[in-house]
Ligand binder design. Structure first.
Ligand code: ATP
Ligand code: MG
Length: 568
């Protein structure tokens, strides 16, 4: 692990070169287009939990507001009652706050604008720029044409304003069935941009909405609601992902027809991460089909999953800063995200001893029944973290992997007649071992050198290896959940002929029911983070109780990103 990486705070404050969005804002500020104001928004649809891609968008939008001393709204884009729920609204607020951002009183809902949006749709009809189409969705789709062939005009396109106003109102009042009518913009069926070929603006949905209840039988489409909501809120720069680039002409067309304040839409590439999927629909599938244990399963790329996994908000913000904003889609190596959390935890996580695959070691020349308290350093990277006491005795647990019956030369841990240092304690020499009928090693015997105590070693012995251990008499039995990647493929959703779930890693969760930890961990609380020496970073799961402590593996110690970065 590199201690030389820039500190997180420095990293956050660093003056990296401006990205294309900032350059664009600078330009608008220069021309005075928005009076020098910068007002962004983060507009989630409350139809699922937020994921790391959203975190990037949050950091970007709130970050720009901070940088330019502007504002960032939290707006729930809740125009589809079928998939949206209050549970999601609450989780989204919780996640944005946890990431470290504050929207003050700028919390809005597109559904708050339903009356205004309805009035604006009437205005569009009155201007002769929208009409009610009685055709089915299939008929409309069949007339759309192709990118190279123009579409066909609807037979209902030239209805009178009065008829359109009347029909639209009756749609609202619930007189017609779902799918039987739709309000469309009257733009250009021959436009080379398919989104401009008389797109739908309102559809009938006889569903209760999580905020407006049964008031509405019609709901605005995203394209109609989004830009107008931006305008209503005085947004200056409406930042969205690349797939909306082709919607920009429509975004501008609608605002140009109806409102005076016209925000600038700017697109950037969405974040894709290797070895995971990043769409709420797919994540919902994993939850509903019990491939994971809920939205906050530590294997999920959701913010709640990352939190439960032990990620810090700062590590996620640093990650977002590091990847920057791009104009072209790509896949970011998940190793970079893992690097960001290691870098942060290396500085802030206290070191503790934990034995995950225990093997008993008896120190035969150590007095029976005796305990001594040794001194251990909490964090070598942070002196202010202090020291703690570590009980030591005649019987300890070591990790099974730290003993070999017939070790090769370069193996510096324990083997018959070999010496090793027990961290913060003594040097011991293996004098024998026991096996069960199946040939499994069940116990190691060793002798210690009393004069080799750490910090006051006068033994003159030289050993190459140091291993961790936990006193048997004081060990805390814990459940440790070891996590691996949820998918075995770099791009599980990128296979046309195969479902992404075929790439689920069957071994992504291994539950160790009997791990032994040092007793100080009984005082740990959910959310606390530690480094188990030589193993990895672990955090306390919300399921933790003192009767049954539960820890989650956040990330192992091996930093593959640092290696890649060095090579490159
Ligand atoms: P998903 O496809 O995962 O369901 P979405 O785009 O439908 O995501 P929204 O709730 O509409 O989710 O997104 C809220 C904001 O977050 C939008 O501005 C969207 O562009 C942004 N966003 C969503 N996914 C990503 C991503 N992977 N990278 C960056 N920004 C994203
Ligand atoms: Mg969306």
């Amino acid at each position: 692990m590199s201690g030389k990486a820039p500190s997180a705070t420095k990293q956050e404050a660093s003056k990296s070169p401006k990205n294309f969005i900032e350059l664009r804002i600078d330009e608008d500020n220069k021309t005075g287009r928005f009076g020098g104001e910068v007002h962004t928004r983060f507009p989630p649809e409350p139809n699922g939990y937020l994921h790391i891609g959203h975190a990037k968008s949050i950091c970007l939008n709130f970050g720009l507001a901070q940088k330019y001393k502007g504002k960032c709204n939290l707006r729930f884009d809740d125009t589809n009652p079928v998939t949206e729920e209050d549970e999601y609204v609450q989780s989204i607020k919780n996640d944005v706050r946890w990431l470290g951002f504050d929207w003050g009183d700028s919390e809005f809902f597109a559904s708050d604008y339903f009356d205004q949006l309805y009035a604006l749709a009437q205005k569009l009809i009155k201007a002769g720029k929208a009409y009610v189409d009685d055709q089915s969705a299939d008929e409309v789709a069949a007339q759309k044409g192709t990118p190279t062939e123009p579409g066909k005009e609807s037979p209902f396109r030239n209805r009178s304003v009065e008829e359109n106003l009347d029909l639209f109102q009756r749609m609202r009042d619930g007189e017609f069935n779902e799918g039987s009518k739709v309000l469309r913009a009257k733009i250009d069926m021959a436009s080379p941009n398919m989104h401009m070929r008389d797109p739908a603006l309102y559809r009938i949905k006889k569903k209760a909405h999580h905020r407006t209840g049964d008031k509405w039988n019609i709901y605005p489409m995203y394209d109609f609601a989004h830009g107008l909501s931006d305008s209503i809120e005085g947004i200056t720069h409406s930042i969205c992902t690349l797939e909306f680039e082709v919607h920009r002409p429509l975004y501008e067309w609608i605002n140009n027809q109806l409102v005076d304040h016209r925000p600038q839409q700017i697109e950037f590439a969405r974040l894709n991460l290797s070895y995971t999927v990043m769409s709420k629909r797919k994540l919902l599938e994993l939850v509903q089909q019990n491939h994971v244990n809920g939205w906050d399963d530590p294997r999920m790329p959701t913010i709640s999953g990352l939190r439960r996994r032990g990620y810090t908000p700062r590590s996620i913000r640093n990650f977002a800063e590091r990847i920057g904003v791009a104009k072209r889609d790509g896949i970011i190596d998940v190793a970079l995200l893992e690097h960001s959390i290691r870098e942060d935890l290396n500085k802030v996580a206290n070191r503790v001893m934990g034995v995950l695959d225990p093997l008993k070691l008896v120190i035969t020349n150590y007095p029976e029944g005796e305990t001594e308290n040794l001194t251990a350093i909490n964090n070598p990277e942070d002196e202010s973290a202090g020291k703690r006491e570590l009980p030591f005795g005649r019987e300890i647990y070591i990790d099974r992997a730290d003993f070999m019956e017939d070790p090769p030369k370069k193996y510096f841990r324990l083997g018959p007649d070999r010496l090793v240092r027990l961290k913060y304690a003594y040097i011991v020499k293996c004098t024998g071992y026991e096996k069960d009928d199946n040939g499994n090693i069940t116990e190691i015997h060793a002798e210690y050198y009393p004069e080799s105590k750490s910090g006051q070693d006068t033994s003159g012995l030289k050993v190459k290896g140091t291993i961790h251990w936990v006193s048997v008499a004081h060990a805390v039995k814990a459940e440790v959940r070891q996590y691996d990647r949820l998918f075995m493929d770099e791009d599980p959703a990128g296979h046309k002929e195969k479902d992404f779930k075929e790439f689920l890693n069957p071994d992504s969760l291994e539950v160790i029911e009997k791990a032994y930890l040092e007793p100080s961990l009984l005082k740990a609380r959910p959310g606390d983070r530690f480094q188990f020496e030589r193993k990895g970073y672990y955090c306390v799961d919300p399921d933790f109780t003192t009767e049954k402590p539960v820890f989650n593996l956040t990330v192992t110690l091996r930093d593959s990103w640092a290696k890649i970065a060095k090579k490159g």
